[in-house]
Design a protein around this ligand. Structure first.
Ligand code: ZN
Length: 382
């Protein structure tokens, strides 16, 4: 017993020595922030990161902020962690922000990704776009949030994860702009993002998504056709499909548009993967929007193929659970009555055939062949 305690004490002593000897890196407190003040931005400036006490906090050398004014930032690329709230353990939740401040004044374009935590192509789009930009050639400012829904991303889930009520899952893109004092953790989280980061730093916005798990979209834009600037943005993104859409209550796109900030929802393929071809095309589309708004020098590009445009879509849904085989692919034109899917039982015996309810184009498909009753098999735009 005595030797066992001795071993524990020695182990503790070694650990203590290691902790003391470790460099003050990873999380820097207010008291030593001066020594590390140049860690988070290309030019060493922290101006524009409001709340001085928090700007002195750092995680892995990156300044932690609670609000942002990009107008006050210096030229260059800046990285921040926005402190968006805390878990029930008290541990903070950080949302990464990249700001590319251009050589002169111009529009401020906000890009957001992973509002749904399993929709990841938008992260690839933001990373690739940022790598392709040279600060000196940008007019205006790009503000990118490659990972809004941090708890959903960790859980590989569309939904924001909360412990409340024995475990709650919230769709952040239905509760924008949230609630400050009387809301749930999720409502306060988005309230802070909207008021401290997004609303006052945006002249234009693109919210990057994908279809949900088990399904796929092509390159597809939801756009409020009643706003000419929004409609132009949708076309400049050069997607395969544009849906004329008045917006959904509680969606980030709708919240921007209501605020008078032109915005679209940009759907980039399928969840939980990086689809390189679609990411390349999405980056080209966003660069095209930046050219249109004179954030980049160049000529606005027209797509090789004009987008399919529609105002409505219909989901063909499974009437019984089973194993589905599809007979159409994304973007295929379909005719009313066309055989588009066949459902089989666990033994492979045919259960039911599904037919297109009207003419149109295939907007979304099930990629997971296991379908529950009531889930989408094929979505047809018309
Ligand atoms: Zn989404």
């Amino acid at each position: 017993m005595g030797s066992c305690i001795k071993v524990i004490l020695i182990t503790c002593a070694i650990t203590l020595v290691q902790m003391v000897a470790a460099p003050a890196y990873g999380y820097v407190t207010e008291t030593d922030c001066d020594a590390h003040v140049s860690g988070g931005s290309a030019d060493g400036s922290d101006e524009g990161a409001l709340d001085n006490a928090d700007a002195c906090d750092r995680v892995d050398g990156v300044p932690v902020i609670t609000a942002l004014d990009t107008r006050a930032l210096a030229l260059g690329t800046h990285y921040f962690y926005y402190r968006a709230g805390e878990q029930g353990t008290g541990n903070p939740i950080f949302v990464p922000i990249i700001v590319v401040k251009g050589a002169s004044e111009g529009p401020r374009l906000v890009l957001t990704a992973a509002v749904h935590g399993d929709e990841l192509n938008g992260i690839g789009v933001i990373h690739q776009l940022i790598r392709s930009l040279e600060t000196e050639t940008i007019l205006g400012t790009l503000i990118a949030l490659p990972g809004i829904n941090q708890t959903g991303m960790v859980a590989s889930s569309r939904h924001f994860q909360m412990a409340a009520g024995g475990g709650a899952m919230v769709d952040l893109n239905r509760i924008m702009p949230g609630s400050r004092r009387h809301g749930s953790m999720a409502e306060r989280y988005v309230w802070g993002l909207w008021h401290n980061i997004l609303k006052d730093n945006a002249d234009l916005a693109i919210d990057l998504h994908t279809q949900t798990r088990g399904t796929a979209y092509p390159l597809f834009v939801f756009a409020d056709f009643r706003k000419p600037v929004v409609w132009q943005m949708a076309k400049d993104l050069m997607p395969d499909i544009i849906k004329r859409d008045k917006g959904q209550k509680g969606a980030l796109e709708t919240t921007f548009v209501k605020e008078g900030i032109p915005a679209v929802t940009f759907e980039v393929g399928a969840p939980k993967q990086f689809q390189e071809r679609l990411i390349d095309r999405a980056v080209a589309g966003i660069r095209n929007v930046m050219v249109r708004h004179e954030m980049l020098v160049g000529t606005v590009t027209k797509p090789l193929l004009p987008p399919v445009i529609g105002s409505n879509y219909t989901n063909v849904t499974a009437q019984k659970g089973g194993v589905v085989s599809l007979h159409v692919r994304l973007l295929d034109p379909v005719k009313k009555g066309q055989h588009i899917a066949t459902m089989a039982d666990p033994f492979g015996r045919e259960l039911q055939r599904y037919y297109a309810p009207h003419d149109g184009h295939v907007l979304a498909i099930a990629t997971d062949p296991l379908r529950e009753a009531g889930t989408m098999l094929v979505r047809i735009l018309h």
